[in-house]
Structure formats: structure tokens, C-alpha cells
Design a protein around this ligand. Structure first.
Ligand SMILES: O=P(O)(O)OC[C@@]1(O)O[C@H](CO)[C@@H](O)[C@@H]1O
Ligand SMILES: [Mn+2]
Length: 439
């Protein structure tokens, strides 16, 4: 099945596409913001690293402005030149593309997924080429701000989770299914808060994430919650213990907190016995979670004045110590490959995920990679669009921010388009798409 390409890749070739707008407008803005933040940190870096730091900053700024120019003038993609372990994969893949297509990819002509991922890898190259700033995260300032700006929403959510758990512990009958539905939805809508779609504009969650659920309900285009719940419960019965769950994370800030709360809910209500969070190895698509962001977030929550936040977060530290929770990083998540190529390109990760009982994939980019970033007819079955990628039962939780989606009913796309012309890209519509077995 993985051999049949049923649809063309999204690409900026199509001037009416979101890919075109992204490459023409959004990526240059993201790159300019990087240059701004680098200059803002000048004093601080000089103080910490001295002249060498200042030289490194200049070099980062130079690389970013060169990259911006390459994007805007549609230059061919060039090999990566730093010493990171993933360089051979990127450069061999580039050779592969040149062999197949006859020329190197270009920003406005090649598959969007490839060139956009490549851009973030080039941003990392700018850091890798430094002596003092190898671990410098050009997006850190923005990520931390979005976390702090979401404090009220985080407090509301964590207080609620704390109360729900206290009720459960007191022996009071709880409606497990509707609680599951609630925390799943909070995690789903947490994905509205990504800094890449907004070009780094404010995306903090300011209203109560719980009060909003009702209002957002009609915006869920595909809702496989029941199947997901049934599957998790079924695992408990067949295995004799709750599921070992993997969550492929997306963004830091409010979204990460919603994912941690969802994982906490799964553990404390016996729907999961272990959760493994998958993070990005380096700064990616502006707001994605790196190992530093993950630890930083839990430490911030732990140090909070709110007893609800600190109690839960300290419990999470304990989970991490006793391996109830684990974190994992793999370079595959910061490569450009669609997930149907995981088994051949990164067999270890595939084998690792095949041991999972259930995989949640957060966000738009993971969704794009799941369905190969292809322009599928909307009514294509979700499972078909996975093109053979099925290491375990899986569920995509995604606010729609790019022009690909599968699994809709006939006529549904027209109905939603009539209500909202930008439904595919504005993050106001979402899918909870489940796939169990390959059909
Ligand atoms: O994966 P996330 O954080 O939900 O979204 C990342 C994202 O904004 O970046 C891409 C365009 O630059 C979009 O396709 C995508 O929605
Ligand atoms: Mn993201």
C-alpha cells in the first residue's frame, strides 16, 4: 500500500495554497524575528561568553539573513554543513532527491514539507556552527513568554484536575468517559496555541480552557473519542494492566501543560500505566517542545505559588523518577520524512513505537507527516492516508492549520467552507482521528 501515491504533495508551486503564503510571507517573518531576538540578547551573551559570544551572535545573525535571502529568491537547497549526527541523513536524502528529480529542491517548487523542515534545520545549523552558542534556542524567549501569558488558564486547568482527582480518591462515583472526553479535548484545543502559525505573535491561552469546550464542540470535524476510549479500556482487559501510552508532543507553553494534564488523567484514572513523551532534539517550528522546555516547564509549575500547580508538578517529577513517565528524543522527529517512511528510515524508532499500546500524535505538523502532506481528497479514509504507518493504534489530535485533511464525510468540506473560508488553516477547526488496524 505504501507504494501507491494517491495524491500530489502540497507545494508553494500552487499560488493559491497556504504553502505558498507560508514560504512567501510567514517564513521570512519567522526568520526576521530570530534576527531581532538575537540582537536583543547581545548584552546578555557578551556578559556570559565575552567576545567569542559576540562573534557567535554575529555569525548566527549572518546565517539567518543569508537563509532568508535564499528563501525569498527561491535558491536551490544546499547541503547542511555542521557536525550534528543527523547531517549524513539530510545530505544523503538531498542526493537522493537530486537523483530522482534531476535537480536540488527549490523553495517555491518542491514539496512544502521538505523545504519547511529544511528551514528549521538550517536555523539549527546557525547555532551548531558556533563555539559558545551550540545550545542556544532562538525561540526560547517566545516560548517562555507564551507560558507565562497563559498562567491563568494553566491555573484553572490544574485546579480542576486536582479537584477531579480528589473526588475520585474520595470514592465518589465519577463519569470516567466524560472526564476522558474533557481532558482529551483540552489537549486537542491546546494545539491552537502554536507560535509558528502566528509568526510568533501572541498565542497565549487567556480564557478558561474548560469554559471554552462547549463553544468549540461544533468545530470538531472528526470525533473518534469513543473509539479511542474503547481501545484504551480494551487494552486494560486484554493485557491485564492499563496501557503503555506514547505521546508525540508538539508545542511548549499552554499546549504542553494540557498534554501533561491529559497524561496525568490517564495515569490517575487507570487508563494508562506508563506514558512516554517524545520531544524534539532541537528548536523546531518555533514552539515545539525540546528536552530543555519540558524540564523548564515542570520546574516552573513545581515552583508555582499555587498549591494545585506545585502539588501536581511535583508528583510529575516523581513519575519521571520512578519511570511512570519517560521522555524520549529521536532525530527522526526533526527530519523531513513522512511517517510512512519511518519503518525503513528509522527502524529503531518504529520498533520502539510498535511496542506501544497506544500513540497520541499532537498537532498539525505531526498530522501533515502522518498523511504525507499530500493533497488528499477530503473523503479519503484516514487509515488509507497513513499509507501503511501503523506501529500501534493511534490518534491524531490536531487543530487544522494546513490544507490537508482526510476522513471527512461527503459534503462536509463544502459545509464547513461555507461557514468559514479559512477553515483548513486558521486553527479554529480540529480533528480527533483514530486508526486501529490497517484495513
Ligand atoms: O504542528 P503545529 O505546531 O500544530 O503547527 C505548526 C504549523 O503552524 O507550521 C506549519 C506552517 O508553517 C503549519 O502547517 C503548522 O500548522
Ligand atoms: Mn509545533
Amino acid at each position: 500500500m505504501s507504494g501507491t501515491v494517491e495524491a500530489p504533495p502540497l507545494s508553494a508551486k500552487d499560488k493559491n495554497s497556504f504553502a505558498y503564503l507560508t514560504i512567501k510571507d510567514r517564513l521570512p517573518v519567522i526568520l526576521s524575528k530570530i534576527a531581532d531576538s538575537v540582537y536583543r540578547l547581545k548584552g546578555k551573551i557578551k556578559e556570559t561568553y565575552g567576545e567569542e559570544g559576540t562573534e557567535d551572535l554575529k555569525s548566527v545573525a549572518g546565517c539567518i539573513s543569508k537563509l532568508r535571502n535564499e528563501v525569498q529568491t527561491n535558491k536551490p537547497v544546499v547541503p547542511i554543513q555542521d557536525g550534528r549526527s543527523d547531517v549524513p541523513v539530510w545530505n544523503d536524502h538531498l542526493k537522493e532527491i537530486i537523483t530522482t528529480t534531476g535537480s536540488p529542491p527549490k523553495w517555491f517548487e518542491s514539496p512544502w514539507l521538505y523545504v519547511e523542515c529544511y528551514m528549521y534545520r538550517r536555523v539549527q545549523e546557525a547555532a551548531e556552527l558556533c563555539k559558545t552558542l551550540k545550545d542556544f534556542d532562538v525561540f526560547r524567549e517566545q516560548k517562555e513568554k507564551s507560558f507565562f501569558d497563559s498562567q491563568q488558564a494553566i491555573l484553572v486547568l490544574m485546579e480542576h484536575l486536582h479537584n477531579v482527582e480528589t473526588e475520585g480518591e474520595s470514592g465518589k462515583q465519577v463519569d470516567l468517559k466524560s472526564l476522558f472526553e474533557k481532558f482529551l479535548r483540552v489537549s486537542l484545543w491546546g494545539n491552537k496555541c502554536d507560535l509558528s502559525i502566528s509568526g510568533g505573535q501572541d498565542v497565549a491561552q487567556r480564557s478558561s480552557p474548560l469554559d471554552q469546550l462547549h463553544q468549540f464542540e461544533p468545530k470538531i470535524l472528526i470525533d473518534n473519542t469513543k473509539d479511542v476510549f474503547k481501545c484504551l479500556q480494551g487494552i486494560k482487559v486484554t493485557k491485564g494492566h492499563p496501557a503503555c501510552v506514547d505521546i508525540i508532543l508538539d508545542n511548549a507553553g499552554f499546549e504542553l501543560v494540557t498534554d501533561l494534564c491529559f497524561a496525568e488523567f490517564l495515569i490517575s484514572f487507570g487508563l494508562a500505566s506508563k506514558v512516554c513523551f517524545h520531544e524534539k532534539a532541537f528548536p523546531w517550528f518555533v514552539s515545539d517542545v525540546t528536552p530543555y522546555d519540558f524540564d523548564w516547564t515542570i520546574n516552573q509549575l513545581c515552583a508555582s505559588n499555587s498549591i494545585y500547580m506545585s502539588k501536581l508538578a511535583c508528583k510529575w517529577k516523581q513519575y519521571l523518577e520512578d519511570k511512570t513517565w519517560q521522555v524520549a528524543v529521536d532525530d527522526f522527529w526533526t527530519l523531513s520524512f513522512p511517517f510512512n517512511e519511518m519503518e525503513s528510515r528509522c527502524p529503531d524508532l518504529y520498533a520502539r513505537l510498535a511496542k506501544s499500546d497506544f500513540i497520541f500524535l499532537k498537532g498539525d505538523l505531526n498530522y501533515r507527516k502522518l498523511v504525507g502532506d499530500l493533497a488528499w481528497p477530503f473523503t479519503t479514509q484516514f487509515t488509507t492516508s497513513l499509507r501503511g504507518f501503523q506501529p500501534a493504534p493511534l490518534c491524531a489530535l490536531r487543530a487544522c492549520k494546513s490544507d490537508t485533511v482526510t476522513g471527512l464525510r461527503g459534503g462536509q468540506a463544502d459545509e464547513v467552507k461555507a461557514k468559514d473560508d479559512k477553515w483548513m488553516i486558521n486553527g479554529n477547526w480540529a480533528v480527533i482521528s483514530f486508526s486501529d488496524k490497517l484495513t
